[in-house]
Design a binder for this molecule. Structure first.
Ligand code: HXC
Length: 256
């Protein structure tokens, strides 16, 4: 289903982004892995190679719109076209909103919201030029709609990404471009662990809020992502698929 298609994955050097990149490669796609740390991207590309998949690393800071345009140009130069994008790059830390510095707010909103828009815009323009259509997936979180204390920057940015997705899903449907979101709950990755549940107490607290009683594995998020990105979801656009072990519904029932 993904053979002869090229996908760009932001934040593809670790965690959920790496899992999605590897799943895309295993399904036959060419994968352009991007992020800020070249060594981590090279590791993902090496793992793609080990499974017989084709990938390249293009280090990019998604906060820079010029660099994002260059990323898409590099993908087209190497593979001839771009058929999909995964907006996965994120930044996060826990801080009470009242104490959050303007720079802290800006750092997270720039990566999550502005970066997702710059990448979406550049890839959609390329898809329009190609006349191929395509599929764009953004990784958000359920606190985009219910909020969460300590993460006002991330919650606001993810809510913006959801609104962007719904808006552009309508604008771009005539071009055959689908835009959707996934909202993973707590997922076992180093990045989220360090940013959001750094010690055993915080980890136990998060775990107690998940009715399924466990964290997600990044491969579970990748499997669902491939469904949304691929042709089996060809009539799905402007949608958000939640994968959180019942966490946010549980909060409505149990008030956790
Ligand atoms: C308070 C903090 C802080 C912290 C940074 N800042 N960390 N403030 N508490 N723990 C402030 C800094 O003081 C600075 O403000 C501003 O944020 C920018 O910090 P820099 O380090 O200069 O920025 P930068 O190097 O760009 O780093 C961006 C970052 C960083 C967001 C701060 O954490 C990052 O890049 N993380 C990427 C990895 C990551 O977080 N992944 C997890 C995503 S998981 P001042 O005012 O001092 O200049 C996720 C899952 C959500 O999002 C869903 C869960 C269910």
């Amino acid at each position: 289903m993904f053979t002869d298609r090229t996908f760009i994955v932001t934040g593809g050097g670790s965690g959920i982004g790496r899992a999605i990149a590897l799943a895309l490669g295993a399904a036959g796609a060419c994968v352009v892995v991007t992020g800020r740390t070249p060594e981590k991207l090279d590791e993902t590309v090496a793992l793609l190679g080990e499974q017989g998949a084709d990938g390249i690393a293009v280090p990019t800071d998604v906060r820079d719109p010029g660099a994002v345009d260059a990323l898409v140009e590099a993908a087209v130069h190497h593979y001839g076209a771009v058929h999909g994008l995964v907006n996965n790059a994120a930044g996060n830390f826990v801080a009470p909103g009242i104490d959050l510095s303007p720079n802290g707010w800006k750092a997270v909103v720039d990566i999550v919201l502005n970066g997702s828009f710059y990448c979406t815009r550049a890839v959609a323009r390329q898809m329009r030029n190609q006349g191929t259509g395509g599929s764009i997936l953004s990784v958000i979180a359920s606190y985009a709609w219910h909020g969460h204390p300590g993460t006002v920057h991330s919650a606001a940015a993810k809510a913006g990404v959801l609104a962007m997705t719904r808006t552009l899903a309508v604008e771009l449907a005539p071009l055959g471009i689908r835009l959707n979101c996934i909202a993973p709950g707590p997922t076992e990755t180093k990045g989220a662990g360090a940013a959001l549940w750094a010690d055993d107490t915080a980890r136990a607290h998060v775990l107690s809020s998940v009715p399924a009683g466990r964290f997600a594995d990044p491969t579970e998020v990748a499997d669902a992502s491939l469904f949304v990105l691929g042709d089996r979801a060809s009539y799905m656009t402007g949608e958000c698929l939640t994968l959180d072990g019942g966490q946010w519904l549980g909060k409505q029932v149990y008030g956790q």
